[in-house]
Design a binder for this molecule. Structure first.
Ligand SMILES: NC(=O)c1ccc[n+]([C@@H]2O[C@H](COP(=O)([O-])OP(=O)(O)OC[C@H]3O[C@@H](n4cnc5c(N)ncnc54)[C@H](O)[C@@H]3O)[C@@H](O)[C@H]2O)c1
Length: 317
């Protein structure tokens, strides 16, 4: 297969690219390197079936010609940071919704009709049903990021109906693991390197979150694509556990052998749009035979080990 991976220089995308290449597939990465890291593609570049195009999804012409000859699109490029949405309200709309529309249009022009999309558990807003299943009551949005991703999901479903596309939509919890360049483990480790005696934490530390290790996430994506062949295939991807931010702090400090003073900003939420309890019902993906191999604790430790061995990543952000 000839795969096209938008956002392939990013955290999840570059891990996916390496996996696809290791399975003998050809891969074209399309990335504007806004948050993508060129070094993440070093292994991929040694592969004869690999191409990288430095391009923006908002450049429709370049995107359309880049897609020629591909069979399947993994659309991962996005503004992946949920936290700062209200600081730049147009960013999520452009980078997540309009960019997704551009990908779909470019696919249509090139007669490519299979797409997998990295959506998010944030589309459930502050769900009333926990663990939250894929068919939870139509969610009220609480972040521009979630809203822009849900709009992207809607466009994909409409292209499936209107133009005979087939779509796989994955609503991820927070993903952890090698090449992790943003999120709470990154922030906490960065702080603790700068001042090991104290740690500033957004919220009251009781926010409950679920996390998934990146290789488990990729396994689940492959299984869903192989075994679920509906027109629109929507899957929650997460672990069957959650932890409090305080648990995560204990694991991180335990691993680093530090006992900092923890300073909470207070309140149930870390920021506007932060969901104090994210826990997804993953029975649907389990029914296809997938199970995560790593616990949240193990995922956090693997992430820290990666950052400890790759301190240069900390300096890039
Ligand atoms: N990391 C998580 O915990 C998580 C959770 C839920 C959903 N997701 C989704 O998974 C996907 C990948 O996330 P990630 O953590 O790897 O993020 P990332 O920031 O590491 O990767 C995103 C990639 O997209 C590229 N990109 C952004 N805008 C672009 C544009 N306009 N044109 C071309 N390239 C562009 C960036 O340069 C980067 O390489 C995103 O869609 C994100 O919303 C991530």
């Amino acid at each position: 297969m000839n795969y096209f991976v938008t956002g392939g220089a990013g955290f999840i995308g570059s891990n996916l690219v390496d996996r696809l290449l290791s399975l003998g597939d050809a891969v074209t990465v399309y990335d504007n390197f806004s948050t993508g890291i060129p070094e993440y593609l070093e292994t991929a570049k040694k592969h004869p079936g690999f191409h990288v195009i430095n391009g923006d999804l908002l450049d429709q012409e370049k995107l359309s010609s880049a897609l020629a000859g591909c069979d399947f699109v993994f659309h991962l490029a996005a503004n992946a940071d949920v936290r700062f949405g209200t600081e730049h309200p147009a960013k999520d709309l452009h980078q997540n919704t309009i960019a997704t529309f551009n990908v779909l249009e470019a696919m249509r022009k090139n007669s490519i009709n299979k797409i997998a999309f990295s959506s998010t558990g944030s589309v459930y807003g502050e769900a009333k049903v926990i663990p939250t299943p894929e068919d939870a009551p139509f969610p009220v949005q609480t972040s521009l990021y979630g809203a822009s991703k849900l709009a992207g999901e809607g466009l994909i479903a409409a292209y499936c109906e209107g133009f005979g596309f087939q779509g796989w939509i994955f609503r991820f919890v927070s993903i952890l693991g090698e090449r992790y360049p943003h999120g709470h483990v990154f922030d906490f480790y960065k702080q603790l390197r700068a001042h090991p005696d104290h740690l500033d934490v957004l919220g009251n530390g009781h926010q409950k979150k679920s996390y998934l290790y990146v290789q488990d996430c990729i396994d689940a994506i492959f299984i869903a694509q192989e075994k679920s062949r509906d027109k629109v295939n929507i899957f929650n991807l997460g672990t069957d556990e959650y932890c409090e931010v305080k648990d995560s702090i204990n694991w991180i400090c335990g691993h680093l052998n530090l006992k900092p003073e923890i300073r909470y900003t207070g309140g149930e939420r870390g920021w506007i749009g932060d969901n104090p309890f994210i826990f997804l019902d993953c029975k649907k993906i389990h029914s296809l035979g997938w199970k995560p191999k790593y616990t949240i604790h193990e995922g956090i430790v693997r992430t820290l080990e990666f950052l400890e061995q790759n301190l240069w990543v900390m300096e890039r952000r």
